[in-house]
Write a protein that binds this ligand. Structure first.
Ligand SMILES: *Cc1c(COP(=O)(O)O)cnc(C)c1O
Length: 418
């Protein structure tokens, strides 16, 4: 699919003058459209809820926008729970899916009335000791083998998440004895999966477990399919058909649950699929260098977007205003960190670039700025929202030296004004 940029070179230059590069910009219209098409695909299911994975884009303006569209959140840490609450989400729309969880994190999540999604059978005791067991609990299943796993999650047997089938059944029985009234089941067996068959296959597996549990007198009310639907990072890849995915899940529902008279609410926890394609990292060309290879240097670095350095992930790039120019060769596109993996692309065909050209890095809206870090003491960049009416809003400023130094214990002699 051809990758377009929803703003012009003139706009980007104006934003650079106002805010400086690098920055992230999110396209509100694209986020709204994604949520609407997901909700439409599952509109057959009463109670369907998208609990957006906060870790993908933990920015209040984005969480509020999603909440206004009827989404909840999936949280994995205290700060994600606190942020969700501050964005107006109430308990039923918040999942808390953590692992190696502290007492304090359970206490915070239970106080916020989030639905606790237990990662392991031993966590029943931890939860009980931390704050008591709430009347709604979800359990995370790890099926061991699941044939559609993709590269990032790898084989389910090698993933640290979730519990085995036997542990799962035992955990439900134990929790029911302890007075739990409402149950959910959760499984996430893929990451960035572009196969329309993934959710239907996962639903088939989970719905069958729901039927088995019914025989034991345990009523599952929520089936949470997790996240993991992919986006086409490469122009050669095909986007998923969200309508076909919703229909595929519906067919499993009608063939497995409906005959038993069982009704469940489907939850999804998409992150990447909702905000990934809607976010762009915008950077300026800072330097050029021809040694044993040819380089284009940016003012952004892996501190702003780590995925290429961390997983060798592909992110498409557009040199704004030069969309129709022929490539001038293959270039490594790099940031300024003292780390040789600080490369946004290796051997990427790009047109000739000059100092000050603006490069847009696509599909950076999820797991982008949120994975950022401060190596070499670099402040992380800010975020803009391109609203539906074409205005741009600063929704998070870039970090300053004051931010970076705020946690040090320094005395008055430490005067860092130059
Ligand atoms: C990361 C994560 C998600 C979101 O994954 P995406 O690939 O962004 O869809 C959802 N649920 C859980 C439990 C996760 O850890």
């Amino acid at each position: 699919m051809k990758k377009n940029v929803p703003f012009t070179l003139e706009q980007a230059k104006e934003w650079r003058t106002r805010f400086g590069t690098p920055f992230y910009v999110y396209d509100e219209k694209a986020i709204r459209n994604a949520v609407k098409s997901l909700q439409k695909a599952f509109s057959w299911n009463r109670g369907f809820t998208e609990c957006f994975a906060v870790k993908a884009t933990p920015t209040p303006a984005i969480i509020r926008l999603l909440a206004s569209l009827g989404c909840g959140t999936d949280c994995a840490s205290i700060s994600e729970v606190v942020m969700s609450r501050a964005c107006g989400l109430d308990g039923r729309k918040m999942m808390f899916t953590s692992n190696e969880t502290s007492f304090k994190a359970y206490r915070t999540a239970v106080a916020a009335k989030a639905i606790i999604n237990l990662d392991d059978i031993t966590q029943i005791e931890v939860l009980e000791r931390s704050c008591g067991i709430p009347d709604t609990v979800c359990l995370r299943y790890n099926p061991g083998s699941f044939s559609m796993t993709s590269q990032i999650m790898g084989n389910q047997k090698d993933t640290k998440f979730g519990m085995t089938y036997d542990q799962l059944i035992k955990a439900y029985v134990t929790l029911q004895e302890k007075g739990v009234k409402h149950f959910g089941i959760h499984c996430m067996a893929a990451s960035c999966c572009l196969d329309d068959g993934y959710y239907p296959k996962l639903a088939n597996m989970l719905f069958k477990i729901v039927v088995e549990l019914r025989k034991l007198g345990i009523n599952i009310e929520i089936v949470d399919l997790g996240g993991g639907i992919g986006i086409p990072y490469r122009p050669s890849e095909k986007p998923v058909d969200i309508h076909a995915i919703g229909e595929g899940v519906r067919m499993e529902y009608e063939s497995i649950l409906a005959p038993q008279g069982i009704k469940v609410a489907i939850y999804t926890e998409l992150g990447r699929w909702i905000t990934g394609p809607a976010g762009y990292l915008v950077a300026s060309v800072h330097g050029r260098k021809d040694t044993y290879k040819r380089y284009v240097g940016l003012d952004a670095s892996a501190c702003d977007l780590m995925r290429p350095a961390m997983y060798g992930a592909y992110h498409h790039m557009t040199v704004l205003g030069k969309e129709n120019e022929e490539p001038a060769g293959n270039f490594d596109v790099v940031g300024g960190l003292c780390e040789n993996n600080d490369k946004f692309a290796i051997d990427r065909a790009l047109p000739r670039t000059n100092y000050g050209d603006i490069i847009v890095i696509h599909d950076a809206g999820a797991h982008g700025r949120s994975m950022g870090y401060n190596y070499n003491g670099l402040p992380r960049c800010g975020e803009l929202l391109l609203t539906e009416n074409g205005q741009v809003k600063l929704i998070r400023r870039s970090e300053s030296l004051d931010d970076l130094f705020a946690t040090f214990d320094v005395d008055e002699d430490f005067n860092y004004q130059i």
